[in-house]
Design a protein around this ligand. Sequence first.
Ligand code: SF4
Ligand code: SF4
Length: 137
Amino acid sequence: MADTILVNVNRCTGCWTCVMSCKTAYELDLDTNRNFVRTIGGGELDTPGGKWPNLYMKWMPIWKQSCIQCHGVDGTDNEPYCVYNCPAGALTYGDPDDPESKLAKRLEELRDMEYRVYQIPEWEDTRKGVMYAENGI
Ligand code: SF4
Ligand code: SF4
């Protein structure tokens, strides 16, 4: 499974930089996104889930089928723009089947910390090759 993006959901701050970096790099129209960030729990954008006083904020970046699975940035193991520009270090790119890849090593670290690793189904209009890892949220 080459060309995979791994999302550490625990690290995602919902900043949308992954979306804006793709839009900027490819000069996409204002209304066109190849990815977006879903707020989990609150029902609306950037609203907390849970009930007072036990509220939480959680986000999940989603890549649409319109994502061209680019190898954006030279000199960075060809990381896609969205991965390279994530300021929270939530995204890792690589080949999970290559044990020497950055992604395979990160996956191993997260599994050692008992992160749950999963993919979301394609009926959500998502592109292939995105894995999610989260722990305790
Ligand atoms: S994945 Fe990174 S860039 Fe995208 S919303 Fe989360 S923290 Fe921001
Ligand atoms: S992989 Fe490339 S085309 Fe797809 S969302 Fe990221 S920057 Fe955009």
